[in-house]
Design a protein around this ligand. Structure first.
Ligand code: C2E
Ligand code: MG
Ligand code: MG
Ligand code: MG
Length: 297
C-alpha cells in the first residue's frame, strides 16, 4: 500500500494471486478432514552409508493424495499446517505411521536395524506434548527407541526469547536420536549445537550442488567452485566428528557428487542418485537385496 505506483496496485488485483489465496484457504480448511479421511501417506527415502553402500535407515516424507489436485508435496501444505496448527495431529499421525513401518522392517529384516527418520515441525515441539506423543508412538508400534531419529531444523530449536528446546533432552533420554535438518541454512553454530543433545547433522543440499565435476582420483581437476565447496564440507565434517556428531548429506544426484562427498569423510547420504522417496516396499526390496541392503553395487 505504501508504494502507490502502478505495479504495486496491479499485483493487488492480480487474479492469479486471488486464486492462489483461495487455494491456500481451501487447502488449510481441508487439512483436518483429509487426515480423518486417510488422504495422507508416507514415502520413505533411503539413507545410505558412504563407506559401505548399505542402507542404514530411511527418511519419512509425508504426501497428500488430494482427490482433486493429485499428490501434493509437503512444501505446498506443511507451511499451511504449521500456520493453522493442523501440523500437530498430522505430525502425530506421521510419527505413528513411520514407527509402525520401521517395526515391520525390523520384523522382516531383524539383522539390519533399519531406522526411520521423522521430521518434526517447530510447532509440534513447542505447542504440543511431543515427548508423550513419541513415547506413545514407540510403545504402540513396539519400535525400539534407538531405531527412531527425529529431524528438527536449526530455527525450530530456538523458541521465544532464545530459549532452547526443553523437550530435546527428554527425547534424547528416551534413546531417540536427534538430527539437525537443513544444517547450514540458518545461523546456529556447531559449538552451540554440540552443547545440546544432538547426534546427527544433516547438511543442506545446497552444499552439494557445487560438487559438480567428475572426479577425484585426480586432485586439482575440479573447478574453483567445486573445490571451495568441498573444502567447506570437509571442514564441517571434521568439526562435527570432533564434537561427536555424525554427518548426513542431502540431495546427492550424481555419481560424481557421491564420490566427492565420500572423500570428505561424510558418513551417510540421501538423494536421487541412490533412491527417490518411495513406498515402504521400496526400502524392503533394497533390504531384501542380495548384498544385505546395498543401495548401489
Ligand atoms: P527435508 O526434510 O529437507 O527433506 C528432503 C527433501 O529433499 C524431500 O523433499 C526429498 O524428496 C528431497 N530430495 C531427496 N533427494 C533429493 C535429490 O537428490 N535432489 C533434490 N533436489 N531433492 C531431493 P519433500 O519430500 O518434497 O519434502 C520437502 C520438505 O517438507 C522436507 O524437507 C521437510 O522439511 C518437509 N516435510 C516432509 N515431510 C514432513 C513431515 O512429515 N513433517 C514435517 N514437519 N515436515 C515434513
Ligand atoms: Mg528432513
Ligand atoms: Mg533436510
Ligand atoms: Mg532440505
Amino acid at each position: 500500500w505504501s508504494k502507490a505506483d502502478g505495479r504495486a496496485r496491479w499485483t493487488l488485483y492480480d487474479p492469479d494471486r486471488g486464486a492462489h489465496q483461495l487455494t491456500r484457504q481451501l487447502l488449510t480448511t481441508a487439512l483436518r478432514p483429509a487426515l480423518e479421511r486417510g488422504e495422507f501417506s508416507v514415502e520413505y527415502q533411503p539413507l545410505v552409508g558412504l563407506a559401505d553402500g548399505v542402507v542404514h535407515g530411511a527418511e519419512a516424507l509425508v504426501r497428500w493424495r488430494h482427490p482433486r489436485y493429485g499428490t501434493l508435496s509437503p512444501d505446498r501444505f506443511i507451511p499451511l499446517a504449521e500456520e493453522s496448527g493442523a501440523i500437530v495431529p498430522l505430525g502425530k499421525w506421521v510419527l505413528e505411521e513411520s514407527c509402525r513401518q520401521a517395526r515391520r522392517w525390523l520384523m522382516e529384516f531383524p539383522d539390519t536395524e533399519t531406522f526411520v527418520s521423522v521430521n518434526l515441525a517447530a510447532r509440534q515441539i513447542w505447542d504440543s506434548d511431543v515427548v508423550a506423543d513419541v513415547a506413545q508412538a514407540l510403545e504402540s508400534s513396539g519400535l525400539p527407541a534407538r531405531l527412531l531419529q527425529l529431524e528438527i531444523t536449526e530455527s525450530a530449536l530456538l523458541g521465544p526469547g532464545g530459549r532452547p528446546l526443553q523437550a530435546l533432552q527428554a527425547l534424547a533420554d528416551m534413546g531417540v536420536r536427534i538430527a539437525i535438518d537443513d544444517f547450514g541454512t540458518g545461523y546456529s553454530n556447531l559449538a552451540y549445537l554440540s552443547r545440546l543433545p544432538v547426534h546427527v547433522l544433516k547438511l543442506d543440499g545446497t552444499f552439494i550442488e557445487g560438487f559438480r565435476d567428475p572426479v577425484p582420483g585426480r586432485p586439482g581437476q575440479g573447478s574453483r567452485r567445486t573445490e571451495a565447496d568441498e573444502q567447506i564440507v570437509r571442514a564441517m565434517v571434521q568439526l562435527a566428528h570432533a564434537l561427536g556428531l555424525t554427518v548426513t548429506a542431502e540431495g546427492i544426484e550424481s555419481a560424481a557428487q557421491a564420490e566427492r562427498l565420500r572423500l570428505t569423510g561424510c558418513d551417510t547420504a540421501q538423494g536421487w542418485y541412490f533412491a527417490r522417496p518411495g513406498e515402504a516396499a521400496l526400502v524392503a526390496d533394497i533390504l531384501r537385496g542380495t548384498r544385505a541392503g546395498e543401495a548401489r553395487p
